[in-house]
Design a protein around this ligand. Structure first.
Ligand code: HAM
Length: 420
């Protein structure tokens, strides 16, 4: 029997897992620098949390949830996204009763039973943040700026930021009346009409040509913004301009989740084809209340690690150096092995990555391993080196060797390698 991973999941293993780790850590850095703190949450929650929170009109809830009954007969669902679980935890543990906004981040696997294709997986990875309890438009701009900084830190250039505003409840109520009237005139099938009844904005995202054509003249929510929503949206744009962050306004943006209000945004990469959304998010005014919390607004984003990695590979900017091995030690003989072990332990305390060749293989095959590890330096420790008290340190990039005395080895290596 030859087992395979379930269909459509993304998996990372060496050497590419190193790049995956680099993407995740790079995206997390600006998040931590802005004071967001870790939430480590279950990957499954009560099913109802998602149906209530994410919204019944979404594909995510209606078609894509991995739902199962546990042994106690409870209906549980593998998290298709992070926001509602994060808010559930914020409410349950009273984080919304402390200093506001409560600012949290999370990272891990999410699950959607979608049709797999390049950049679209049934288990995928994302990094997300939520800031709950402030309506300040400067917070919206900061949240967007954090995502932007993460993508730029990866070295990505070929992406654009699209923003829009979904307004407040008054805005959406007025627009909804006109939009539903407009949709009635389109002569649509029952299923589409009942979808529109739950959330008419979804029709802007319909892939069918006749509906796309019909919707091209539909009234746009952005033209209905209340004075307050307009002022909020203008302020966000002003801050983004001050930050020098370029954006385009996309009044037809439709997010795959129903909870968005006000500022809503997406980062779209140019080289990824159909699955080009590398990150997105926005405000959610009613969501906290909807799932049993206080009536406070929040904003956040989710960044796709899988897609950000594909984007970095497409742009040729993947950083492989960061995690590379600094020194590869090849011990020849029993006493050399013991010395290699203690040398490695000591050097690692100086933040160096040190590997040892195990298994008493030939020098040639050990050198091959050292080469594969991408090591900066190689040190061969044989009986003659131990006897003479001098070892040869080989720099792999240039092939140059330097003689170093055993007694000065640690200090030489730390100064050489740390400045490397
Ligand atoms: P989302 O846009 O559904 O937002 O997902 C966030 C990111 O995850 C997407 O931009 C995309 O890069 C990635 N992603 C989504 N589905 C897949 C998939 N099937 N395969 C690979 N990557 C995928 C959210 O989930 C919201 N919770 C974000 C948010 C936080 N809004 C407010 N706070």
């Amino acid at each position: 029997m030859k087992y395979q991973a379930p269909k459509g999941v993304s998996e990372y293993f060496p050497p590419r897992s190193r790049s995956f780790e680099w993407v995740r850590e790079t995206l997390l850095t600006p998040i931590k620098r802005a004071g967001y703190q870790l939430l480590e949450l279950p990957v499954f929650e009560e099913t109802e949390l998602f149906t209530r929170g994410v919204g019944a009109s979404t594909d995510v809830v209606s078609k894509e949830m991995y739902t199962f009954a546990d042994r106690g007969g409870r209906s549980l669902t593998l998290r298709p996204e992070g926001t509602v679980g994060a808010l559930r935890a914020i409410i349950e543990h009273g984080l919304d009763r402390g200093a506001l906004p409560a600012k949290v981040f999370y990272s891990g696997p999410f699950f959607r039973a979608e049709r797999p294709q390049a950049g679209r997986y049934r288990q995928f990875y994302s990094v997300g943040i939520e800031a709950v309890g402030s309506e300040d438009p400067a917070l919206d701009a900061e949240v967007i700026a954090i995502a932007h900084a993460g993508f730029r830190a990866l070295g990505l250039r070929r992406f654009r930021l699209e923003i829009t505003s979904l307004g407040d409840s008054q805005t959406r109520a007025l627009h909804r009346i006109d939009l539903l009237n407009f949709i009635e005139g389109l002569n649509l099938d029952e299923a589409t009409l009942s979808r529109a009844e739950i959330n008419p904005l979804r029709l802007f995202d319909d892939k069918r040509e006749e509906i796309r054509a019909g919707m091209s003249k539909a009234p746009l929510l952005l033209d209905y913004l209340s004075e307050e929503s307009r002022a909020q949206f203008d302020a966000v744009q002003g801050y983004l301009r001050d930050l020098g962050i370029e954006f385009t306004i996309n009044p037809r943006m439709v997010r795959g989740l129903d909870y968005y209000t006000g500022t809503t945004f997406e980062f779209v990469h140019e080289l990824l084809g159909a699955q080009s959304g590398i990150g997105g998010g926005g405000r959610y005014d009613g969501l906290m209340e909807q799932i049993g919390g206080q009536s406070v607004s929040g904003i956040g984003f989710g960044l796709g690690i899988d897609r950000a990695l594909l984007a970095a590979e497409a742009e040729g900017v993947v950083d492989k150096e960061g995690f590379a091995t600094d020194l590869f030690i090849i011990p020849l003989g029993v006493s050399a092995k013991s010395m290699a072990l203690s040398l490695a332990v000591e050097l690692r305390t100086f933040d160096l990555t040190v590997e040892i060749a195990f298994g008493d293989r030939s020098l040639k095959s050990a050198m091959k391993n050292a080469d594969k590890s991408g090591a900066g330096y190689v040190l061969v420790l044989g009986d003659s080196e131990l006897a003479s008290g001098t070892v040869e340190l080989k720099e792999m990039r240039t092939g140059a060797t330097t003689s170093v005395t055993l007694s000065s080895l640690v200090s030489t290596l730390t100064t050489e390698l740390l400045t490397w």
